[in-house]
Design a binder for this molecule. Sequence first.
Ligand code: FES
Length: 135
Amino acid sequence: MTPNPAYAICRMSDIPSQRAAGFHLEIVEPDGRRRPWPIIVVRWGRQVFGYVNKCPHDGVNLDWERNQFLDPNGIRLMCGKHGALFELGTGICVDGPCKGRGLTPVGLVVLDDDICVTGVTLVEDDEADPAADAP
Ligand code: FES
């Protein structure tokens, strides 16, 4: 296995600039266990920022309404449940119950216009648990 694989999750053009999208990925822990790993990808022009989709104070996904990640002004990530606001570029909470804490960053790189996750081991589709597809 490559030490630092990059997993393409979407094309750059799949996320309009100044928007965020959620991805439901699955990670392989160092002990080999798999666990769901929901992430948020924010695109701002040619820049992309990734965070684990989990509020630092209560552990819930930010998109209380599915795939709604941004505040009404479109300039911060927002917890849809409590309204906490997070800076897009740092993931730091600037207002709300977890003020001063931050979202967990996700390593991203853009390769040939693909947005790719790095720094983790993901379960790839062809490794998915066959039982998961069973009726
Ligand atoms: S879960 Fe932390 S602000 Fe909503």
